[in-house]
Design a protein around this ligand. Structure first.
Ligand code: 5CA
Length: 436
């Protein structure tokens, strides 16, 4: 993308409405704009990050054997009346009437709808287990939307749903998703810790929140340093082996980890003081095992091995895809701006032409831009070098390739790594090799 032609409305001033770093930086770097309270439009740079995160989430869901579907945002009220949640959900649910006076709602989550879909197509225990997911916009009429995309009213969620013939199968699916989550967050470049959680309006008996550490997080968290050493690689754990999954789950849940809501001081005292860690965290995922809470009222049964009807056991698994954009920034920024992890950055590199209009720097930056094949932002407008440096740091692309007239004459560029601030004079070949 050439900055001279791009819609990247950066702001010099700090917007007054933004209380936390990620919200400020998302507005200043031109990633999003608010269109109504808690509702955001995603601009080109923000959308690229949102898509990159969604793609990593998708790949890890697919790798875990979950199948992607796409359910609509609007749902008939009747479905929710059958599960009993239409009344329970209260004012957080956006209720809508169509022209025929039929009641609809903008989905805050999809347990009812997916149960109804699977009920229509799965008749026998032989067709289970199934795990289905989609990445779709949700609406929750939050009392206090705040912190930008972190607590919005409309937000993008990945929600997966598992169906098993018995409790043992359902617990295995839960563990499988937990492993997929650990792998997902690792690829996203953030450290996530699963913590025992309340189940709230989703319900159920087993639930974990995935919390990423960031100084501005909403909850205070306490955890054992043992979490730093858990290996979730494919080499270490075979997701198709229930015994392996059980061992992994055991290791992950054996150590103390809790948010302030669930903090147990007596249990905390038992943790070796040298291993106690405290900080603040942001909930980026939440998983639930709730048995027959939806399958039963919605009348979903399958024929069991003996031909008798069995009510399937279910779980649901959410990741806040749009919240993650803000959460990753909270976990990875400095005074100057965003520091994108390589895996989610909107582009690999910014190319800074320090003398726009100059034939030599223009030829060199155009060549580098072409060779980075669409994965670079070319800062080509006629601006002061200082303003370009500030913008590049604000936008936080992992690499900066700085091209000035002296370097262009010698055939060299300056390559800067945003995360460390390290700068080296290198040849174009070496710069491209490093960027990869
Ligand atoms: N049906 C279940 C799991 S599929 C569910 O809805 N779980 S949830 O309520 O915990 O939401 C899942 C994730 O969505 C949360 O962990 C959080 O990361 C994200 N999320 C929830 N509410 C908001 C919101 N108002 N703004 C942005 N993200 C949100």
């Amino acid at each position: 993308m050439r900055l001279s032609r791009a819609f990247v409305p950066t702001l010099k001033e700090t917007p007054a409405e933004a209380q936390i770093a990620s919200h400020r930086l998302m507005l200043r770097a031109g990633l999003v704009r608010q269109t109504a309270s808690g509702i955001y439009a995603w601009l080109p740079m923000g959308l690229r990050v949102l898509r990159n995160i969604g793609e990593i989430v998708r790949q890890e869901q697919d790798a875990a054997g979950a199948q992607e579907v796409l359910m609509p945002t609007l749902q008939p009220a009747e479905l929710w009346q059958r599960s009993g949640r239409y009344e329970d959900y209260g004012p957080e649910m956006l209720r809508i009437k169509d022209r025929h006076e039929r009641d609809l709602l903008y989905g805050p989550t999809n347990e009812e709808m997916i149960t109804e879909l699977v009920r229509g197509g799965v008749k026998s225990y032989r067709e289970l287990p199934q795990i289905l997911y989609h990445i779709q916009w949700k609406f929750r009429d939050e009392m206090r939307p705040r912190f930008g995309v972190m607590r919005g009213r409309e937000f993008l969620m990945k929600d997966a749903y598992s169906f098993d013939i018995d409790q043992q199968g359902a617990v295995n699916s839960y563990r499988r998703m937990m492993l997929a989550y650990m792998r997902t967050f690792q690829r996203l470049g953030v450290k996530a810790i699963p913590m025992v959680a309340d189940t709230g309006p989703i319900g159920g008996e087993l639930s974990h929140e995935f919390i990423i550490l960031a100084p501005t997080g909403e909850s205070h968290v306490f955890y054992d340093a043992a979490f730093d050493d858990i290996d979730v690689s494919r080499r270490a754990i075979d997701q198709d082996d229930p015994a392996d999954l059980a061992r992994f789950f055991g290791a992950l849940t054996a150590h103390y980890a809790a948010t302030d809501e669930k903090h147990d001081t007596a249990a905390w005292e038992q943790v070796d003081p040298a291993r106690r860690r405290e900080g603040r965290g942001i909930e980026v995922g939440h998983i639930f095992y709730f048995g027959q809470k939806y399958s039963k009222p919605l009348g979903f049964t399958v024929a069991g091995a003996d031909g008798k009807p069995v009510i399937p056991e279910m779980g649901s698994y959410g990741i806040g895809v749009s919240r993650l954009v803000g959460a990753i920034i909270e976990a990875s920024h400095d005074e100057a701006g965003i520091i994108w992890p390589d895996s989610v950055a909107p582009f690999r590199a910014a190319i800074l032409d320090l003398r726009a209009g100059d034939a030599a720097t223009g030829a060199m930056t155009s060549d580098i831009y072409a060779r980075l094949a669409g994965n670079a932002l070319l800062d080509d407008p006629d601006e002061r070098a200082g303003a370009k440096f500030a913008d590049a740091d604000l936008m936080g692309l992992p690499w900066q390739i700085i091209v000035g007239p002296k370097g262009a004459a010698k055939g060299v560029v300056e390559l800067k790594r945003r995360a460390t601030g390290e700068r080296h004079e290198v040849s174009v070949e070496d710069a491209l090799g490093k960027i990869g």
